[in-house]
Design a protein around this ligand. Structure first.
Ligand code: FAD
Length: 385
């Protein structure tokens, strides 16, 4: 059986490794010509790490991952610690430590695990069609490829999704912009093995460790969509948005490298439950585009990949049955994560200022129990539970 996978992001590559593991012939096509992921890092929660472990990447993932022993919330304006708690109860409950990792390193790890020389770079898919015996993709350079199945892991602006749904969809602006990057660990920002989050005024500033003595940081700033921004001006922009904030935040703004700091408008998409049309299926952000507020978009893509493998293990000679089983296993779970993230997003970014003020109050009396319960409920429910 042959599978064509469109997109060599974390979803497409995880799926490629997963299907190769069970003996499918896989061809991966990617439109870009080099490994240059947008965004600095991601937190791979325990469910995502379990998927990577399942794909045979346990040691490699641990080598890239930062060690987060504690989490804290800090009043962004005063610098007072609102709560600080251990991550150990979470690790004990779900049986796996989460790992924040640099995106480029995660991407390279997956590419190497699949076989970087086997990825067809510079191939932009422009059309996909389904036939009785095969599905066919066409590329911008006029070439085509056919396979028993096509997996569209072509991201948030997926063309495959349009084909599967039969119409275009409009993504929704979530109301905030995320600035992110990497800096060297600095105690003035937060302890080296802590995920520190400053909150106030519906804004958020976070720093968490990744391997190599670095923090992955991000700033969330609510603002209207489509504001003009000149790349390289993050320091000036953030200085203005975070004037009067705590010394740790000022230190982070001083330390960040404006030339490598990314600015991303955050969008998501209402969950939908048709992921398959004949021999063509969507996976990852193509299937479920979420805000990053619970850090589950990429983890969910990895879950898709494992679920796809399980479906083809169960139905090795029947593409339609396997894709049907994949869709059945995934749509509800993935849609639930999108809606959970949206809810968290609204509270964090003061959609309703009273609810956000109540959350800040809650944080002052938090001993970790409620937050860990919330995170655990996001983590459980995937193919490896
Ligand atoms: P992508 O990573 O977008 O990859 C899609 C690939 O397909 C790209 O390489 C693209 O070039 C290629 N492609 C697209 N169209 C075509 C075409 N026509 N032909 C050929 N190739 C094509 N998730 C987490 O789990 N934890 C986090 O902490 C986290 N933080 C995030 C922070 C931010 C600011 C953002 C924006 C997202 C975050 N996410 C996080 C979500 C995560 O980044 C995505 O869910 C994940 O990248 C999805 O992977 P994917 O492979 O489906 O899509």
């Amino acid at each position: 059986m042959k599978a064509v996978i469109i997109g060599a992001g974390m979803g497409g590559l995880s799926a490629a490794i997963a299907l190769k593991q069970i003996g499918l012939d896989v061809e991966v096509y990617e439109q870009v010509t080099e490994n240059k992921p947008v965004g600095a890092a991601i937190s791979v929660w325990s469910n995502g790490v379990k998927c990577l472990n399942h794909l045979g990447l346990e040691q490699e993932t641990a080598d890239l991952g930062g060690i987060v022993d504690t989490m804290s919330y800090v009043d962004g304006l005063t610098g007072d610690t609102m709560c600080r708690f251990s991550m150990q109860p979470l690790i004990d409950e779900v049986g796996q430590r989460p790992y924040p990792v640099a995106r480029a390193e995660l991407q390279l790890m997956l590419m190497n695990a699949y076989g970087i020389d086997d990825i067809h770079f510079g191939k932009k898919m422009v059309a996909v069609t389904d036939g009785e015996d095969a599905a066919t993709v066409e590329f911008a350079d006029g070439t085509t490829d056919s396979a028993d199945l096509v997996i569209g892991a072509d991201g948030a602006k997926s063309l495959t999704r349009e084909y599967v749904l039969g119409h275009e969809v409009e993504r929704r602006y979530a109301g905030y912009v995320n600035f992110n990057g990497l800096v060297e660990v600095d105690d003035a920002i937060g302890p080296a093995s802590e995920w520190t989050t400053y909150v106030g005024e519906g804004k958020r500033v976070s720093a968490m460790p990744i391997a190599g003595n670095r923090f992955y940081f991000f700033f969330d700033v609510p603002m209207p969509e489509g504001q003009s921004y000149e790349r390289g001006t993050a320091r000036e922009v953030l200085t203005e948005h975070f004037a009067g904030w705590a010394p740790g935040v000022q230190r982070l703004i001083e330390k960040l490298d404006p030339s490598t700091t990314n600015r991303v408008e955050i969008l998501d998409l209402d969950p939908f439950h048709t992921w398959v049309k004949g021999r063509v299926a969507v996976l990852g952000d193509a299937a479920h585009n979420t805000t990053p507020d619970i850090g589950q978009g990429g983890c969910s893509a990895m879950e898709d990949a494992v679920a796809l493998q399980f479906a083809f293990t169960e139905h090795p000679n029947d593409v339609h049955a396997a894709l049907g089983a994949y869709e059945k296993a995934r749509t509800e779970r993935a849609g639930d994560l999108v809606l959970r993230a949206r809810k968290r997003c609204d509270v964090t970014h003061a959609k309703d200022p009273e609810a956000t003020a109540a959350w800040y109050e809650e944080l002052r009396s938090e001993d970790g129990t409620r937050i860990i319960r919330g995170i655990v409920s996001n983590i459980v429910g995937g193919p490896l539970t």
